[in-house]
Design a protein around this ligand. Structure first.
Ligand code: NAD
Ligand code: UDP
Ligand code: UDP
Length: 309
């Protein structure tokens, strides 16, 4: 199969490209390098089954492929808030263009949606049936509302045009190839610990997240695409192990043996207090669940970062 990955030069997309090529597919990565980097796919350049195209998905794209993974969008709050108008355009207009492409080609399309559609949730853990609590005008809305509108577009293209859709709601995922300056918590803590800098805890550090290792997540993406159902999702993909930011900092300090101190900083506006996926649906419909626990995943990620920082 010839498979398109938008945002394929980013963290998740580059791992997905590796797995798809290993399985014998051809991969076309489309990326505007807003947050991604050629370095993430440089080992694939020269491989006859790999192609890299610089393109912004807010503009139409005419190519011929057998399946589409739509991952284009900055994911770190620091990056998606740097150019919020571009963020919502990428998520909404990018989705329209990729759905138009999927419709013309009659091929399945996967959407990288997010746990952010649940906002700062009052239901815990979050099942797919929960509609969420998102501030429509806050600093996170360019991303959260962009991803929510994209889900709407996916389901409307399915109902109105019969496009085969797969919508995954991804919870915080980490691993090698996150950018050192990405700004997300796992990469920040690891880079700070390895450099012996203060570890920046926003708020009192009691807020929680559930962290999934990248290999587990990508296996879930591929299971969703391999299904022959006309419609799959939304399905939560994430690791239900839930940790406070203080616990995360503690584990990073232990594994790195760092002398870094904790530094408490203001909590960003609209920062969700808790987040844990209910993965009952992923288990039942895909037979998928994560295998790598936080400790193991952090060890692998720290090994990677110790070679780049
Ligand atoms: P990333 O920032 O590493 O990758 C995103 C990629 O999209 C980058 O290569 C970037 O250059 C590219 N991109 C951005 N705007 C584009 C545009 N207009 N046209 C073409 N390419 C564009 O982030 P990631 O963690 O790999 O996230 C990938 C996808 O998964 C995103 O859609 C993100 O919203 C989603 N997601 C990720 C997580 C996570 O924890 N990693 C959680 C929920 C959802
Ligand atoms: N589109 C694209 N590549 C294609 C087909 C469509 O980029 O191969 C874009 C097209 O430019 C349009 C969008 O996808 O803006 C939605 O396409 P659709 O056919 O649903 O809508 P229409 O063209 O009828 O507005
Ligand atoms: N956070 C932190 N220190 C950092 C970066 C993030 O304490 O250096 C916190 C942030 O306030 C949030 C959590 O870690 O509560 C996860 O943040 P991230 O940006 O990784 O992802 P989010 O789940 O908020 O999109």
């Amino acid at each position: 199969m010839r498979i398109l990955i938008t945002g394929g030069a980013g963290f998740l997309g580059s791992h997905l490209a590796d797995r798809l090529i290993e399985k014998g597919n051809e991969v076309i990565v489309v990326d505007n390098f807003f947050t991604g980097s050629k370095r993430n796919v440089e080992h694939l350049i020269g491989n006859p089954r790999f192609e890299l195209i610089r393109h912004d998905v807010t503009f139409p794209l005419f190519i011929e492929v057998d399946a589409i993974y739509n991952l284009a969008s900055p994911a770190s709050p620091v990056h998606y808030q740097r150019d919020p108008v571009q963020t919502i355009k990428t998520n909404v207009i990018g989705a329209v263009n990729m759905l138009g492409l999927a419709k013309r080609l009659k091929v399945p399309i996967f959407q990288a949606s997010t746990s952010e559609v649940y906002g700062d949730p009052e239901v815990h853990p979050q099942p797919e049936s929960y509609w969420g609590r998102v501030n429509t005008i806050g600093p996170r809305a360019c991303y959260d509302e962009g991803k929510r509108a994209a889900e709407t577009l996916f389901f409307d293209y399915q109902r109105q045009h019969g496009v085969k859709i797969r919508v995954a709601r991804i919870f915080n995922t980490y691993g090698p190839r996150m950018a050192a300056d990405d700004g997300r918590v796992v990469s920040n803590f690891i880079v700070q610990a390895l450099r012996g800098e203060d570890i920046t805890i926003y708020g009192d550090g009691s807020q929680t997240r559930s962290f999934c290792y990248v290999d587990d997540l990508v296996a879930g993406f591929m299971k969703m695409m391999e299904s022959d159902k006309p419609l799959l999702g939304p399905i939560n993909l994430g690791n239900p192990g839930e940790f406070t930011m203080l616990e995360l900092a503690q584990q990073v300090i232990e594994i790195t043996g760092s002398k870094s101190q904790l530094k408490f900083m203001p909590l960003p506006q609209d920062d969700p207090k808790q987040r844990q996926p209910d993965i009952t649906k992923a288990k039942a419909e895909l037979g998928w669940e994560p295998k790598v626990d936080l400790r193991k995943g952090l060890e692998k990620t720290i090994n990677y970062f110790s070679t780049v920082v």
